[in-house]
Design a protein around this ligand. Structure first.
Ligand SMILES: NC(=O)c1ccc[n+]([C@@H]2O[C@H](COP(=O)([O-])OP(=O)(O)OC[C@H]3O[C@@H](n4cnc5c(N)ncnc54)[C@H](OP(=O)(O)O)[C@@H]3O)[C@@H](O)[C@H]2O)c1
Length: 355
């Protein structure tokens, strides 16, 4: 049986460090993993005593080390990206070992790969695997579930991300560049997941005050197009990002920024759910520091899984399939990571009485 340890793959990166600090602050013992043994040991010395912070070097091409890592931990938080490169070897090792798994992927192709290729293995070994339990992806999945709760028919789910002050790390920049250059995009339209070229357009998303209406890049490639249709009966799901986010000067030139500078982001993630007959519902979450909210979301999920507070079934699951959406978002709010605003269902205007 696996020990109730939580391991972090890609622990030396910005996200990995935030995740490690958050786990230690919650009293968890951790295993730092990644490809560079020296960097992992240096980080362990910085973070805490050896009985609480262990290291386990496991380069992606070393299947034996990855297997030993996933057999020694009860949950693995995968923080190394781009997931186009790191996703399959780490996630498949976790699935085979029955090690619960959460990651920070943005990439729709990685999320799709997990559902298509690891579902049967995870179900057999008892692993609960939740891709993109982070800022991009997981929050949108939870929010869409919360906003659409109880609806039996949904025409369209639109997720709007308003992000300012984003200072990309090396890993985030490489990921963004791969996504921007991607020809075959994953989309969900007319009730089906599709892969192929799409036309990128500008549109306007009506964020609530104080953000207000913003020009958006649409579609923005994030993996919730794969997860939301699994639990919201929508015909179309699309994510969009404020155009201004990529126009800010610092976004692609901040690989050397320190953690304090990176923390100075502001965000609103909004979900607009429209019904086939008109009307609809809105909800949003907002806050500061997209990196920290992502780290807290993944740690909250990992701790629940380590303590047996998972969904009661194994397999690959979206965030809102694994955990009830509103209570999970409220927990993140309670932890100070964001504020949640869910609009009461709107009813169509009453018809005038006949005279
Ligand atoms: N969904 C979200 O909202 C969200 C939030 C945060 C991060 N992310 C994603 O998470 C990933 C990491 O972001 P970050 O900001 O932490 O980046 P980062 O600070 O640049 O760190 C990247 C980490 O990944 C490791 N890594 C990269 N390529 C590797 C490989 N081939 N084999 C083993 N390890 C490898 C690096 O190890 P070395 O130190 O050895 O290079 C480092 O530990 C990115 O893909 C980013 O897009 C997503």
């Amino acid at each position: 049986m696996n020990a109730p340890l939580i391991a972090i793959y890609g622990a030396t990166g910005h996200t990995g460090r935030l995740v490690a600090a958050e786990l230690l602050s919650r009293g968890r013992d951790i295993v730092l993993s990644g490809r560079d043994a020296g960097a992992l040991r240096a980080l362990a010395d910085e973070l805490g005593p050896p009985e609480r912070v262990r290291t386990h070097a496991a380069p992606l091409d070393d299947r034996t080390s990855l297997r030993e890592l996933t057999e020694s931990a009860s949950v693995l938080i995968h923080c190394a990206g781009p997931y186009a490169e790191t996703g399959a070897p780490v996630a498949s090792a976790a699935a085979e070992a029955g090690c619960h798994y959460v990651d920070h992927a943005v990439e729709p192709h990685h999320v799709r790969y997990m559902f298509d290729s690891l579902q049967a293995t995870a179900e057999r070994t008892g692993a609960v695997m939740i891709p993109q339990m982070s800022f991009y992806g997981g929050l949108a999945d939870l929010l869409a579930a919360a906003v659409a709760e109880g609806l039996t028919e949904v025409d369209r789910v639109t997720v709007g991300y308003a992000v300012t002050g984003w200072r990309m790390t090396r890993g985030a920049r490489k990921t963004a560049e791969l996504l921007i250059g991607e020809i075959d995009r994953v989309t969900f339209t007319d009730g089906a997941l599709r892969v192929g070229p799409v036309e990128i357009r500008n549109t306007v998303f009506p964020f609530p005050p104080p953000v207000g209406p913003r020009t958006m890049i649409a579609p923005f490639p994030s993996g919730e197009v794969v997860t939301i249709p699994r639990h919201v009966p929508a015909r179309t799901v699309e994510s969009q990002l404020t155009s201004r986010t990529f126009e800010e000067e610092q976004v692609f030139t901040s690989e050397d920024a320190d953690a304090q500078a990176r923390a100075r982001t502001e965000f609103t993630v909004a979900a607009q759910v429209t019904s086939p007959g008109g009307g609809g519902r809105n909800g949003h979450v907002s806050g500061r520091d997209i990196w920290w909210v992502g780290a807290v979301a993944s740690v909250e999920a990992a701790v629940r899984l380590a303590e047996g507070g998972g969904p009661g079934k194994s397999g690959v699951l979206g965030a809102a399939e694994a955990f009830p959406a509103v209570p999970f978002l409220r927990t993140l709010e309670h932890l100070g990571a964001l504020t949640v605003s869910l609009e009461a269902p709107r009813t169509p205007p009453a018809e005038s009485p006949a005279t």
